[in-house]
Design a protein around this ligand. Structure first.
Ligand code: CP
Length: 305
């Protein structure tokens, strides 16, 4: 049976997270020349119907670091036969003939699930529209754990587009497994969908929904910034009216705790002033690097488990 990764709520319990994070930590300490070769003779396909820098390149680096092989379709909407009208199912069945696993990003919510219904090899959801981005959540939680040494007891501020941000949708499902306080910092129209709010509440998280972050900034241990997702807006005027609601500058950072950390799944547009990058609390480029190690651990788990 193929072990797909479609949603973070499938089987990522604390035991599996601990196992993956230990392995990711091992990888982070090894020089490339000393990496094991567990995925020799296995081929991973990356098939991206939406743009990506980090997710695609980190998966591609991860498979090659583990001595596997890579095939890729960049800009699959234009440069695969989807452009000629091929169905997603036929594309996936075709790639099944060449690859042992498929990492797919697609603009439609539910596309990864649709692909998994026909695929004999694991499908890894690398983002399905405004749905989920489970492997980003794995690396986000790992980054919090690495920087703060724990998850339980933390206050976490989630900022920006909580409605459309798929990284948020996956991350909150992981955070729901812990005892946390969550500040949902967003304009009313971009607040967290009700189903995720309900999940957090039913798992005992303390929730504060705010549209002004002045009071929250000094309370959080983790500030998780996100981009307002322009591509999910029907009307550009609506995006323009709201896109600059929360911009993190050194002046805002000065209000934060000394030991707090700032994360962002990236890409950023202008919601974090580059001047913040010099602050030791800015961890988003470490977070990028963590993504490589976590995805190596995940690939090894999926193919060798
Ligand atoms: N975080 C993330 O998904 O980045 P990319 O869109 O560059 O893959």
């Amino acid at each position: 049976m193929s072990v797909h990764v479609i949603s973070i709520d499938q089987y990522f319990d604390k035991d599996l997270l601990a196992k993956l994070y230990k392995r990711a930590n091992d990888f982070s300490k090894l020089p490339l020349a000393d990496y094991p070769k567990p995925l020799q003779h296995l081929t991973l396909a990356t098939v991206f119907f939406e743009p990506s820098t980090r997710t695609r390149l980190s998966f591609e680096t991860a498979i090659q670091n583990l001595s596997g092989q890579l095939i890729t379709v960049e800009n699959a909407g234009d440069f695969s036969s989807a452009k000629k009208g091929e169905s997603l199912e036929d594309t996936i069945l075709t790639i099944n003939a060449y690859a042992d696993g498929i990492v797919m990003r697609h603009p439609q919510i539910g596309a990864a699930k649709q692909a998994a219904k026909v695929s004999r090899v694991p499908i890894i959801n690398a983002g399905d529209g405004g749905g989920e981005h489970p492997t980003q959540a794995l690396l986000d939680l790992y980054s919090i754990q690495q920087c703060r040494g724990k998850i339980d007891g933390l206050s976490i501020g989630l900022v920006g587009d909580l409605l459309n941000g798929r990284t948020i949708h996956s991350l909150v499902q992981l955070l729901a497994q812990y005892h946390v306080t969550i500040y949902l910092i967003a304009p009313d129209s971009l607040q967290l969908p009700a189903k995720y709010l309900k999940l957090l509440k039913s798992n005992g998280a303390t929730i504060h929904q705010v549209d002004n972050w002045d009071k929250a900034l000094g309370k959080v241990d983790v500030l998780y910034m996100t981009r307002v997702q322009k591509e999910r807006f029907k009307f550009v005027e609506d995006y323009l009216a709201i896109k600059d609601s929360f911009i993190l500058t050194p002046k805002q950072v000065a209000k934060m705790k000394k030991e707090a950390i700032i994360l962002h799944p990236l890409p950023r547009v202008n919601e974090i002033d580059p001047a913040v990058d010099q602050d030791p609390r800015a961890k988003y480029f470490e977070q990028v690097k963590n993504g490589l190690y976590v995805r190596m651990a995940l690939l090894e788990y999926l193919f060798k488990h």
